[in-house]
Design a protein around this ligand. Structure first.
Ligand code: ATP
Ligand code: MG
Length: 201
């Protein structure tokens, strides 16, 4: 039977744990621009990306945001972040193709999208770039995956990039440093609740 004093036992266990954590922290001694991918069917991809926008602005960094599939014009993030100094905000989608039903316009939007992505990934002044819902133009072939991967590879070494959207292609996941797949456990929409301000938009 272990007769050691429980307080002492707890202290020793925590001491061992601290040694492990401290060693892991000491090992992570590099700085670099990161590529993050937030994918999966669960809610929280774009809102997580905008959380990082707030963090970056809090540190005085400049941020570029490109939104590729823009179903609505009344989101809280756009209203808030667009008026912050240090934010460059582009809206590149006009909703899904089945909503615009206009191939010419889709092509023009795609062209503008390519230019904006290339421009932001070449801009040294941007510490964080968010490519929100980028997976859809990749899927529809508006943007060429190999080209985007090449632009990501060639970006400034300290620039962080966050890409969101369902169904991220494997090559993008392979190229990323941090990947999170959000899993849909339940969503209020399926119980009949419409999108709520402050939560969904
Ligand atoms: P959010 O912007 O809230 O972080 P998201 O970026 O993860 O969501 P999208 O696929 O871009 O998800 O969808 C955006 C909108 O659809 C939001 O209003 C969100 O609440 C809603 N939504 C996200 N996931 C689901 C889901 N699994 N079922 C129903 N609605 C969803
Ligand atoms: Mg989203």
């Amino acid at each position: 039977m272990d007769t050691t004093d429980p307080t002492e036992r707890h202290r020793k266990r925590m001491q061992r744990k601290k040694a492990v954590v401290d060693a892991a922290i000491a090992r992570a001694d590099r700085d670099q621009g990161l590529l993050l991918v937030l994918t999966g069917n669960g809610k929280g991809k774009s809102s997580s990306a905008f959380g990082m926008v707030a963090r970056a602005l809090g540190h005085g960094m400049k941020v570029g945001v490109a939104q590729f599939v823009k179903g609505r014009q009344d989101t809280g993030e756009e209203a808030f972040f667009r008026r912050q100094p240090g934010v460059v905000w582009h809206v590149l989608g006009e909703g899904f193709t089945w909503e615009t039903q206009n191939l010419e316009r889709d092509r023009a939007t795609a062209q503008k999208g390519r230019e904006v992505v290339r421009g932001m990934l070449a801009d040294e002044s941007l510490g964080l770039v968010v490519l929100d819902e980028l997976t859809y133009p990749l899927k529809y072939g508006w943007l060429d995956l190999d080209q985007v991967l090449a632009d990501l590879e060639a970006r400034p070494s300290m620039q962080h990039v966050v890409i969101t959207g369902r169904g991220a292609p494997q090559a993008l996941i392979d190229a990323a440093d941090t990947v999170t797949e959000l899993r849909d456990v339940k969503h209020a929409f399926r119980a009949g609740v419409r999108a709520q301000k402050g939560v969904d938009l």
